[in-house]
Design a protein around this ligand. Structure first.
Ligand code: MG
Length: 391
């Protein structure tokens, strides 16, 4: 898999924002805007390294904003945005990533699907930007008089992250230093690099003014958090291993089931589906369908997570408790956390796997089978189906 690095441009002074605090450090939902922006990339499974370009005067603000996050150390920006990006690119030259995404710190609502679209486009072209069509009618003129109407056909609103093959954009920045172009795609265009357009997101707004911040706060507060639970049981039968959390664990028996009978992944899948109110594992993967006979259950959980992403949401955390006397869960726990995180595309810190016995009581106590219960926390953007959920 190719490695992708991110440069987050946070060196601006925010002249249009007013006040003493640069806008990227203004508070939004209990944390500085920069922290939300950085976390959006750190939480993406295809991103290898994230570096912020900052203003050294903001060092204390920066340190507080990113406390506890796993970032490359920051580098100082330059006199213009273009200089700042070039400093960031030069600082990554030793790391030599295949691809780099360049993103504005003041766009905290960047979502995983937009990041994926930009990265996917780089398979075909050296540059790619998210952009949306212009919908307002455009007028030319001065502050008080309209001089004409501009045809908006073929015009797009560029967003970030703008993605590039690393060597190509570094070379473009070196060659065009001092031109003060307003975005990185402009450097790529001036260098003759092909730049693809992919769909941006209407929520991926840039916070430039106090009014933008007020709107961003309203948007964030409307984000819906939902919790789903799942429970599953499978019975022991003759065999020499069980599947739990996507791993084959040696055991005196196996679990009986239509698929691989991974009781933990089944409970997690139902928890994710429950959080978005989208049926259960049986309705998506009916046991009557021969396609799922003996199937590896990782695809069930991955599909449920994809359904969340398709709604513009994300899985925030997964937690599963495996209930049995044997096999012992403790020795496999770290590997199970890593495997579930991999399947769900989450950082391992957002996954929890626990084991418990029932003190010899009941069917698990008698060693007749294994049970699992799970919880999933999911955040979703505001939408029509949320009507009536609030207040
Ligand atoms: Mg099951």
């Amino acid at each position: 898999m190719t490695s992708s690095a991110v440069i987050i441009v946070a060196a601006g002074r925010g002249n249009r924002f007013g006040g003493d605090l640069p806008k990227q450090y203004a508070g939004l939902a209990g944390a500085p805007i920069l922290r939300h922006t950085v976390r959006a990339f750190l939480g993406h499974p295809r991103i290898g390294a994230v570096r912020v370009v900052y203003h050294p005067d903001d060092h204390d603000l920066y340190a507080r904003a990113v406390d506890g996050l796993d970032l490359l150390s920051p580098v100082a920006g330059g006199a213009s945005r273009q200089d700042s990006v070039r400093n960031g690119l030069e600082s990554l030259a030793g790391l030599a990533p295949d691809r780099v995404l360049i993103h504005d710190a003041a766009r905290p609502f960047i979502d995983a699907a937009t990041i994926d679209r930009v990265l996917d486009a780089l398979d075909e072209v050296p540059g790619a930007i998210p952009a949306l069509p212009v919908t307002d009618t455009l007028k030319r003129g001065d502050a008080s008089r309209v001089a004409g109407t501009v045809d908006r056909a073929g015009l797009w609103r560029a967003q970030t992250p703008q993605g590039f093959r690393f060597d190509a954009i570094l070379e473009a920045h070196r060659a065009l230093a001092g031109q003060d172009l307003t975005d990185d795609a402009a450097l790529a265009e001036a260098s003759g690099l092909a730049v693809a357009r992919v769909d941006g997101s209407e929520d991926n707004v840039k916070i430039t003014t106090q009014h933008d911040l007020a709107r961003a706060r309203a948007l964030w507060e409307k984000t819906v958090t939902r919790v789903g639970t799942g429970f599953d049981v499978h019975r022991f039968t003759a065999g020499d291993h069980v599947w739990l959390c996507g791993l084959a664990i040696p055991h005196t028996h196996t679990l009986a089931g239509h698929s691989d009978a991974d009781v933990a992944l089944h409970a997690l899948t139902d928890a994710v589906l429950g959080a978005i109110g989208d049926g259960d594992i049986g309705s998506h993967f009916p046991p009557s369908d021969d396609r799922w006979k003996g199937a590896a259950s990782d695809r069930f959980l991955a599909h449920a997570v994809d359904l969340v992403r398709a709604r513009g949401g994300r899985v925030e955390a997964l937690d599963v408790t495996i209930i049995c006397e044997r096999p012992k869960i403790g020795p496999h726990r770290a590997a199970m956390v890593a495997r579930v995180a991999q399947i769900a595309g989450l950082p391992p810190g957002r996954v929890s796997v626990k084991g418990t016995t029932t003190e010899g009581l009941g069917f698990t106590g008698r060693g007749e089978g294994i049970a699992a219960q799970a919880a999933a926390t999911v955040s979703l953007p505001p939408g029509d189906d949320d009507a009536g959920q609030e207040g």
